[in-house]
Design a protein around this ligand. Structure first.
Ligand code: NAD
Length: 355
């Protein structure tokens, strides 16, 4: 297969980690007979420096033409004092909206080899955990009507949450399909004891469930879910939830893995074209020093192979290679704990050797 990937390297460690992921994709292409080509576009701080804006039109057009998009990270102290709409991070919302991405998939996996990094007690994570959070990305309270007004007790601010049947049905389908590709267990998280939007959410989740009899659906209130994630994370397979609950729970879930440099993500819409990126930022404190852990970005391309290109065995080859390298004890500086760390490049080479 011939596929074109748009590369948005961005700022800080972005170019280093994207370079690693490209090398890994090329290695997969060579082994399995696919041809990947790459077209770079500017985003974030570097786009501000070059074009005066964080998301130039050329970048948007390029992403919309590509088969899929790989993003490094954006931002850094150089651009911190700019006004809100000119900041590098503004480009992230812009590109998601231009590509019509309404789902965010964020795995939180504790690798057996990295158990010591987990901040939870050893007996809680004895069996590791492997959770996929499916977060609705373009609706809910972050996009509802908002404002300031004079209230009974003076100044007041308000934000409103609303979800339509269409928005809930389409995220439900993504969640059930995702669960089908995994352990077939879906937990829908809401606040149906209080919120109308959650009651509609729950009703529609159960309607859609009828089309997926092979997937076991359960409901959980968000306050309980926040507790269960630290009490017994291995009970979860796939979680589906609204924009704001997903924002908070996915950060909680990433923290209990204890390793920010390891976690990938995917944002998906109606087409096969997705946006794949590590969950971490541009790490300006270590940029250009060869210290960045490339694994989150490498696992992001494993997600791209699975969700955009339907290449399961190729995707598994990357995931298994990462597992093996960690089992063998190789670590970048963020996880080295006194051992001699590998550089970004050396870690990439070790992973490629296992593919
Ligand atoms: P960060 O994720 O960049 O870094 C937090 C800490 O984790 C730092 O000590 C960093 O060195 C370390 N770290 C992060 N990724 C690592 C990796 N792959 N390997 C080794 N260590 C790693 O978060 P921050 O410091 O809060 O933000 C830095 C910049 O990144 C800011 O400008 C912020 O706005 C931006 N940011 C961008 C994104 C994105 O592009 N999606 C996300 C979050 C933050």
């Amino acid at each position: 297969m011939k596929l074109n990937v748009a590369l948005l390297k961005g700022d800080g460690i972005g170019p280093e980690i994207v370079e690693s992921a490209v090398e890994v994709l090329n290695a997969v292409g060579k082994k399995y007979g696919h041809e990947f080509s790459f077209t770079p576009y500017l985003i974030g701080g570097i786009a501000i420096d070059t074009y005066g804006e964080p998301l130039p039109k050329e970048t948007v057009d390029g992403c919309l033409k590509a088969d899929s998009v790989l993003l490094g990270a954006v931002g850094g102290p150089k651009w911190d004092s700019l006004a809100g709409n000119l900041r590098p991070e503004k480009a992230l919302l812009g590109i998601r909206s231009a590509m019509g991405l309404f789902t965010n998939l964020r795995p939180a996996k504790l690798y057996p080899a990295l158990k010591d990094e987990c901040p939870l007690r050893a007996d809680i994570v004895e069996n590791g955990f492997d959770i996929m959070i499916v977060r609705e990305l373009t609706g809910g309270i972050y996009f509802g009507e908002r404002g300031y007004r004079d209230g009974k007790y003076g100044e007041e601010a308000y934000d409103t949450e609303s979800y339509s049947r269409m928005e809930i049905e389409r995220i439900a389908k993504v969640a059930f399909e995702t669960a089908r590709k995994r352990r077939k267990k879906l937990t829908s998280i809401d606040k149906a004891n209080v919120l109308e939007t959650s009651r509609l959410w729950r009703k529609i989740m159960h309607e859609v469930a009828k089309d997926y009899p092979d997937v076991e659906l359960s409901d959980m209130l968000v306050d309980n879910a926040a507790m269960q994630l630290v009490r017994n994370p291995s009970q979860f397979d796939v979680i589906v939830t609204s924009n704001m609950f997903g924002d908070i729970l996915s950060d909680e879930a990433s923290q209990i893995t204890g390793s920010i440099g390891m976690l990938p993500s995917a944002s998906l819409g109606d087409t096969k074209r997705g946006l794949y990126e590590p969950i971490h930022g541009s790490a300006p404190d270590i940029a250009g020093q060869g210290k960045a852990n490339p694994i989150a970005t490498i696992l992001s391309v494993a997600m791209m192979l699975l969700y955009s290109f339907d290449m399961k065995k190729e995707s598994d080859a990357i995931v298994n290679a990462v597992d093996k390298v960690l089992e063998k004890g190789y670590r970048t500086a963020d996880l080295a704990r006194g051992k001699t760390p590998l550089t970004t490049k050396e870690m990439t080479e070790k992973i490629i050797l296992e593919i």
